[in-house]
Ligand binder design. Structure first.
Ligand SMILES: [Zn+2]
Length: 280
């Protein structure tokens, strides 16, 4: 297992040529992982399984990595394990050492030069592991942060940043934010096209929860190679679960969880179909 796998690092070019994207899904426990894997298995599509620092701390790094890897293998799904929003060099290093295929180093709130410095250091380290590195340039509001503030990615800066750091993938700010939206934002797709034309790294869309299907598809056609999905997964799982446990005396959790797992499967299946334009 694992040895015949195409490195994520080598996948990006191909995706850019075919105007295809990978869905990158955050999992939080066994049940959300199960829901995601089932969707990937049914659709026969590859998937990126992402972990944030909180999820790693919740499950334990080797445990989180192992269950993701065994789930991919057991269900015969092509996939990669990725650190989402790595906030330090040390965390990225631990994940690379644990065998992650890819890490994100997010120094987007630091100055341009600080961001270059730390991202470049992670790229250098990741080379030894043949792992892909994602960084972020621009302001994509995190949960609880001001979504009114803007800091869209400038194409010229993106070009310079990619050249100076040698990163494989870049998260760009074109109007999305993390979490749900009060109203769907209008994405700056012209800016996306400009960044795509000036750079060669894979472009990543964070904050895709709540972006309509046709806009997501258009973003892929215009150069997005990785779409991150987190909030909607947590939301559908917990909403379904709350409905299941209210007034329910069942203590066999293996009978309680399955509909919540299925709700994640349906959601992820839908997004996988959106990327391929099977639904609009
Ligand atoms: Zn994100």
């Amino acid at each position: 297992m694992g040895n015949a796998k195409i490195r994520l690092k080598d996948r990006w070019k191909e995706l850019q040529q075919t105007k295809d994207a990978l869905l990158a899904t955050n999992f939080y426990n066994f049940e959300t992982l199960q829901g995601i894997i089932k969707a990937a298995s049914i659709s026969k599509r590859p998937i990126i399984l992402q972990l944030t620092r909180s999820s790693i701390e919740y499950m334990g790094l080797p445990v989180a990595k192992s269950i993701a890897e065994s789930a991919l293998s057991y269900h015969n799904v092509e996939g990669w394990i990725h650190l989402d929003h790595g906030d330090s060099y040390e965390l990225a290093a631990s994940c690379l050492d644990a065998g992650f295929d890819s890490v994100m180093i997010d120094a987007s709130e630091k100055s341009f030069s600080e961001n270059v410095k730390i991202s470049k250091a992670v790229v250098k380290l990741a080379e030894k592991y043949g792992a892909s590195v994602e960084a972020e340039l621009g302001y994509v509001a995190k949960l609880g942060q001001n979504t009114g503030k803007t800091g869209f990615t400038e194409p010229e800066e993106a070009k310079l940043f990619i050249e100076e750091t040698g990163i494989d993938a870049l998260a760009i700010a074109i109007g999305t934010a993390h979490g749900f939206y009060k109203e769907e934002p209008k994405l700056d797709l012209d800016r996306l096209v400009a960044i795509r034309e000036m750079t060669n790294a894979a472009l990543v869309l964070h904050g895709a929860s709540g972006i309509s299907n046709n806009v997501l598809y258009e973003a892929v056609q215009k150069g997005i190679s990785k779409i991150n999905l987190a909030t909607e997964i947590k939301n559908i799982f917990m909403k379904t679960l709350k409905g299941l446990v209210a007034g329910n005396n069942e203590i066999d959790l293996r009978k309680v969880f399955p509909p919540a797992i299925s709700s994640v499967t349906s959601l992820v299946l839908n997004k996988l179909e959106v990327i391929q334009h099977k639904v609009s």
